[in-house]
Ligand binder design. Structure first.
Ligand code: PLP
Length: 380
């Protein structure tokens, strides 16, 4: 039987066994957490238990945790809720995920886009310059780690600048949580986003954590769930799975960082041996240990993706969240990468079930593609 290698954890991690068990138990039991009968009370207890787990791990209060359907919805809630509560200017780093990038610009057409350096790290001088000029309530969105390059961002430093000027900070922590030490208080964010399926939970659950007193006027109205901040029946099975995956990733992040870092570094070294002209993006930054974003000059990303997929190897090019569209990555372009090179960018990302065998399968599939790459250009 052909062996498959899944190397695309930054797009979505497979369900962890603990999350699967938690999901199944909650789904089998059913019940609406707003119902007052026994089944409702059981679902409610499960929901509140998940909230406690998230609050404890993030060093937040349980009351600060709002469950949503994913990080995209959590981002929209935070931005819209802050805007409705009086925030009048938004700023975002140039490398934010589309769910923050596009929505912030829709909400505030004058939204400032702050640059990153060539290593893919937010320019703190630009943050200072922006913050100094603001005379209206403002909010800056900075992600914890970039989903494409893995570059870790100076979130706490940006928060100190922003807070010093009376502003607010939103941190999309989807890729960093569970992979590096990061709590709500360490990052000093006013709003923090977490996504269940990035951690090995089921799709359909995410978290918006809000600091006590962070401005928020609920942008949606309905049944009053989540203390009136996010209406709609909570997806208890996915939330239970999120909590289980979050616990597992929090407990193992340090050993996993070492293990996955070794897999990633091994893959990088082997690629360089195949092709000494290997380009590694964001190499000069502190990166997530699980992520490698690279290009083999003259090998188009879509060509590589299709050939690897045929060989059973699942990796990504640019931002996977652009729904299967392969286009030059905005994050790489913001780092000053030329359009052609950005169109060659591939990303491998590892996670809880990754093994050395996945790397071997990936490298075995990659070797003939890498060797033939120049011909693809000549033929086209
Ligand atoms: N933020 C980052 C950094 C991501 O990588 C993603 C998904 O790729 C999201 C937000 C969106 O998360 P969700 O799928 O939970 O809406």
């Amino acid at each position: 039987m052909r062996q498959l290698a899944y190397c695309d954890y930054n797009a979505g991690a497979p369900l962890r066994p603990q999350a699967e068990a938690a999901w199944l138990e909650a789904a089998r039991e059913g019940g609406n957490p707003s119902s007052i009968h026994g089944a409702g009370r059981l679902a409610h207890a499960r929901l509140e238990n998940a909230r406690e787990i998230l609050a404890k791990g993030l060093n937040a209060r349980a009351a600060d945790i709002v469950f949503a359907s994913g990080a995209t919805e959590a981002a929209h809630l935070a931005l819209e809720g802050a805007w409705a509560a009086g925030v009048r200017r938004l700023a975002i780093s140039a490398i934010e995920h589309e769910c923050v990038f596009a929505f912030a610009r829709a909400l505030d057409p004058a939204c400032a886009i702050l640059p990153v350096n060539q290593a893919g790290v937010l320019d703190l001088d630009a943050v200072r310059g922006f913050a100094k000029l603001q005379d209206k309530p403002f909010l800056l969105a900075v992600m914890l780690a970039n989903n494409e390059t893995g570059a870790i961002q100076p979130v706490a430093e940006a928060a100190a600048i922003v807070h010093g000027a009376g502003g607010l900070l939103l941190c999309d922590a989807c890729q960093g949580i569970g992979r590096m030490p990061a709590t709500f208080t360490q990052l000093d964010a006013d709003y923090l986003l977490v996504s269940g399926h990035k951690l090995g939970g089921a799709p359909g659950a995410g978290v918006l954590a809000m600091a006590c007193g962070a401005p928020f006027s609920p942008p949606r109205h309905g049944g009053g769930q989540e203390r009136g901040r996010r209406p709609g029946t909570e997806n208890v099975p996915a939330i239970a799975a999120l909590a289980a995956a979050f616990s597992a990733s929090q407990a193992q992040w340090e050993s996993e960082r070492a293990r996955l870092g070794a897999l990633r570094d091994g893959a990088e070294a082997a690629l360089r041996a195949m092709r000494p002209d290997l380009v590694v993006f964001a190499q000069a930054s502190e990166r997530l240990a699980n992520t490698l974003c690279f290009a083999l000059p003259r090998l188009r990303a879509e060509t590589a993706l299709i050939m690897l997929d045929m060989a059973g190897v699942r990796i990504s090019s640019g931002a996977a969240c652009s729904s299967g569209k392969v286009q030059a990555s905005r994050a790489l372009m913001a780092m000053g990468v030329a359009q052609e090179r950005a169109g060659e960018a591939l990303r491998i990302s590892f996670g809880w079930a990754s093994t050395a065998q996945d790397v071997e399968i990936f490298l075995a599939a990659m070797a003939p593609i890498a060797a033939r790459a120049p011909h693809f250009m000549e033929a086209s």
